[in-house]
Design a binder for this molecule. Sequence first.
Ligand code: UDP
Ligand code: MG
Length: 311
Amino acid sequence: MKKISIVIPMYNEEEVAKTTYTRIQKVLQELEPYDHEILFVDDGSQDKTLEILQEIAKENKKVKVIAFAKNFGHQAAVTAGLKNVTGDAIVIIDADLQDPPEVLPEMVSLWEQGNEVIYGKRKSRKGESIFKILTAKMFYNTLNALSDVEIPKDTGDFRLVDKKVVDVINSLPEHNKFLRGLFSWVGFKQKAYTYERQERLAGKTKYPLKKMCKLASDGIISFSTRPLKIVGGLGILTIMLSIAILIYSLVSYLFNLNHLEPGWTSIMVAITLFSGVQLLSIWIISEYIARIYDESRNRPEYIVNKKINIE
Ligand code: UDP
Ligand code: MG
């Protein structure tokens, strides 16, 4: 019997944990003739999330739990989930059910038709702030302009993937994984599944601006080296600009065109412009160096504190 694994990252989701479990469980039970497992990854929640999950796992042995030692972030939680699944098809879904689990049977049938990555594509985003929608749009446009792989727009981590693809992802040694990019990068037979994104079941977003920026820079840096080329371009441009200024002042001096004092303004402009460009360049380069440092230290992406119903 084929088995479907569900991976759910959880961070301070006490308000939704029980409902999420019930709704997913119901969908899975109606999904004949497949076996299933539900793998919750508690990403160091400070509220009652883990206790609720432990209770659920006590009653239902098909529910597995991995608890982190602290908050390591959404991508790390999903990564840990993928490492511990045993199914033939793996579904990644958020705990707040903004992505409705009721569409699962359709995704499974697309998988049975031979598709290996079925990614959820949002037709609409209900109950999300204009700010979130705009920043998300900006992010995907920038990412696609800068990166070498096409990453589908309006796509989060909600997807169904074949075991084969998960094995490939698990074998990648890199840290700071930007999963939705990697799933697109690995290739295989990809298929979009369009659906309506719902409002959060309850509770607040666990993605404040700071975490969003981290995700965005991971996405851009790990999928593109073009920002480095932009630095080069900027450098050449400013050198050309300074040569032009030099020629201009030489010409004015030789032909006595105007009697500009060796001005305060031009010096200030030059200093600020060039130090600005330098700082910008250094910042971009240091982002890459920071990633290299991070990878070379080879610290684990997450630390597991406890596993329940997992050998
Ligand atoms: N999440 C997590 N660790 C974090 C932040 C979020 O595991 O540090 C989980 C969260 O519990 C949820 C999913 O990631 O299941 C997506 O988070 P959320 O719905 O808050 O993000 P949004 O939909 O607002 O982008
Ligand atoms: Mg959400």
